[in-house]
Design a binder for this molecule. Structure first.
Ligand SMILES: [Ca+2]
Length: 473
């Protein structure tokens, strides 16, 4: 642009000079930024005083160099017409120059504007670069977030899988438990049938005085308490037939005539020996056998529960807890139904006798004891405590009985499952005398399932000997 401007100025100067030598005009508007002008040396001799100009324009506009030659009048003296023509030409050139100057002014304005735009452009470029950097950072950040989310999803997936596996395991356990319960029930039924068969066989035998029975026979005879009872629905049971009486009397350890209302009744009738006695509560047709404790604490105690060597499993079903189980001269449970009828015939008190592994004996007595009927889940009703063991049963007062197959406790699960017994569980137990008999006192178990009385050595100490007995007040 500047070169073009200078070229135009130079041309103007030349034209002004030409005014003095009577040159012909050339077209100064011929475009071409690169165009050059050169003054050719004038001819010598007679042609001196005349001017000749050569204007070279870019070849891309014109083909080849353009040489314009103008000669003055033949006479070599400028006349007035030539001067007028030159003046006209000069004024024309001046106008052209003004236009060019205006153009130059506009061009410089445009150049400034362009420079301004360039500056703005640089600012915009910097801003775009900054935005790019921010965008990149955000992309990277969002990538990290996506990774974290993916990790969370994986964790969630793992947890879900574990829960599903646990559910499957739990269902398997449940099925196994049902199978075991079913097997236990069927075995129990089989034992009942065998014992009934045994009873019938012994009834059919002629009475020939004391039999020389094997220890196994003796054990079976005294094993399951329920087989010593007779259903009220059986008409023959209202008055025991001589044959039945004979069969019951044939138990070697049951030497007293009976039946007695309870052990106090037997004691009052002169039965002073602690042994198994035949009992029949008032207003019932039930005949049952129980161990009578006639020496301890003034005697007359009907033993309803006993633990002493872990020989009997107390993790039993409702039906078994209802009817009773175990060995009358060893560990046994008298049966909730028997307990109900016994405790319904008078006001009874309960005595719990405990012995630890160092031989220390303590007791807990409750001045009243009775059970509600089965329709109320043999709910426990006990009175005031007194004794040396501490009171670990009042917390269970007014609670229903719970077994592994009948949950009547106040806990969301079944306490019998954890405590491994049947009891008047609350949430769950301060006493668990039907739990697992562990040898040696302190035991290790996942659950608090030992034979314990919390007020005496706590819940993680399994007692050596335990007995529950009742007696009318
Ligand atoms: Ca429960």
């Amino acid at each position: 642009m500047e070169t073009w401007t200078l070229s135009l100025l130079f041309l103007t100067v030349l034209l002004v000079q030409r005014g003095t030598c009577g040159q012909k005009s050339i077209d100064p508007t011929v475009p071409g930024e690169e165009g050059t002008q050169s003054r050719q040396p004038g001819p010598a001799g007679p042609k001196a005083g005349r001017c000749a100009y050569t204007v070279v324009v870019p070849q891309q506009r014109l083909t080849g160099s353009l040489c314009i030659t103008s000669r003055g009048g033949e006479s070599g003296v400028a006349n007035s017409s030539d001067v007028a023509a030159l003046r006209g030409e000069l004024s024309y050139q001046q106008r052209q120059l003004e236009e060019v100057r205006a153009l130059v002014g506009r061009e410089s304005g445009l150049a400034q504007e362009v420079r301004g735009w360039r500056g703005e452009n640089a600012g915009l470029n910097a801003r775009i670069a900054q935005l790019n950097a921010e965008l990149l950072q955000q992309v990277l950040h969002s990538g990290e977030q996506a990774l974290a989310q993916q990790r969370l999803q994986e964790l969630l997936l793992n947890a879900t899988t574990q829960v599903q596996q646990l559910t499957v395991s739990y269902r398997e356990l449940e099925n196994n438990y049902k199978t075991l319960t079913s097997a236990m029930s069927s075995q129990n039924a089989l034992i009942n049938r065998l014992e009934k068969q045994c009873q019938r066989d012994s009834t059919d035998l002629p009475q020939q005085g004391p039999r020389n029975e094997s220890p196994e026979t003796k054990k079976v005879d005294s094993d399951i308490q329920k087989d010593q009872s007779v259903s009220r629905d059986d008409p023959a049971a209202i008055t025991p037939s001589p044959a039945l009486k004979a069969s019951l009397a044939s138990f070697p350890v049951t030497k007293s005539p009976g039946p007695w209302r309870d052990c106090q009744h037997a004691l009052d009738s002169g039965q002073l020996t602690s042994a198994i006695y035949l009992l029949q509560p008032l207003r019932t047709n039930r005949l049952l056998q129980a161990w009578c404790e006639q020496n301890q604490a003034h005697g007359g105690w009907t033993v309803i529960q006993r633990r002493q060597d872990g020989s009997v499993n107390f993790f039993r079903t409702w039906e078994q807890y209802k009817q009773g189980f175990g060995n009358l001269d060893g560990e046994y449970w008298l049966g909730l139904e028997h307990l109900y009828w016994l405790s319904a015939q008078a006001v009874y008190r309960l005595r719990v006798v405990l012995e630890d592994w160092q031989g220390r004996q303590v007791f807990a007595e409750y001045d009243s004891f009775r059970l509600e009927p089965e329709s109320d889940s043999y709910r426990l009703r006990i009175g005031e405590y007194r004794g040396t063991a501490g009171d670990s049963l009042s917390w269970h007062n007014n609670k229903a009985f719970t077994t592994l197959d009948r949950d009547r406790d106040g806990y969301s699960g079944n306490c019998a499952h954890y405590q491994k017994g049947g009891w008047w569980y609350h949430m769950c137990a301060h006493s668990n005398l039907n739990g697992v008999w562990y040898r040696g006192g302190h035991y290790r178990s996942r659950y608090q399932d030992g034979v314990y009385w919390a007020e005496f050595h706590g819940g993680s100490y399994s007692l050596k000997k335990v007995a529950m007995m009742i007696k009318p007040t």
